[in-house]
Design a protein around this ligand. Structure first.
Ligand SMILES: Cc1cc2nc3c(=O)[nH]c(=O)nc-3n(C[C@H](O)[C@H](O)[C@H](O)COP(=O)(O)O)c2cc1C
Length: 193
């Protein structure tokens, strides 16, 4: 059984993304995986300043919630990123969290082409919700996930669940009227099958 850290940043505490995340966790828990959950609404994480203190052996100058997430990242076999779609990509909160992974990279004396440091070996997955459900709705988010997390950081992709058609941000969360919660539950159950 695996240890899974779910990092979520739904705009609304009981919104579409929170519900999708709950369903994924229920499925994963049911088959015996251990789950830790961090909400970036509660644990505040600032974007990277790019000061490069971490590249000179110094601790990160930002003293915020990221420090308490680091041991959870170390503990986890997999990081699951859960975000609503904001202007065709992940939220700023999620992007800020991903930027801070810069601070946990290790020196790599012989990095592969296009990479400059070494990141921990992790599996990863992406859970997203959006109001629209066109063929292009998640294209930028999916592309960012593949470029940054899979190809650059080197995480092993365990899949994506891109839940379009969940209702706009001005109305009630409407994901329960779709079959995405059932799909998220199945994804949680089968992520390691
Ligand atoms: C600032 C903002 C930007 C959004 N941008 C998009 C978008 O580009 N495409 C889209 O389909 N939905 C967009 N939405 C709608 C949300 O992605 C959708 O309602 C999502 O399910 C909200 O998640 P939540 O219920 O977890 O807060 C946006 C909502 C907000 C608040």
């Amino acid at each position: 059984m695996k240890k899974i850290l779910v990092i979520s940043c739904g705009g609304r505490p009981r919104g579409n993304t929170a519900q999708l995340t709950d369903a994924f966790i229920r499925g994963a828990h049911e088959v015996g995986h251990q789950i830790e959950r961090v909400s970036l609404l509660e644990t505040k994480v600032e974007p990277c300043l790019g000061c490069n203190a971490c590249r000179h052996g110094k601790p990160c100058v930002l003293k915020d919630g990221f420090g308490e997430i680091v041991p959870k990242i170390e503990w986890a076999d997999a990081l699951v990123f859960a975000s609503p779609l904001y202007y065709w990509t992940i939220t700023a909160r999620m992007k800020a969290f991903i930027e801070r992974l810069y601070g946990i990279a290790a020196y790599d004396p012989a990095p592969p082409l296009g990479r400059y440091e070494k990141y921990p070996d992790k599996d990863c997955a992406l859970l997203m919700t959006a109001a629209d459900n066109f063929f292009w709705t998640f294209q930028q988010a999916e592309s960012y996930y593949r470029f940054a997390l899979v190809h650059y950081l080197g995480f092993q992709d365990k899949g994506m669940l891109l839940a379009g058609g969940c209702g706009g941000s001005s109305g009630e969360a409407a994901i329960e009227k779709t079959d995405w919660l059932e799909k998220a539950y199945e994804f949680g159950k089968n992520i390691y099958h």
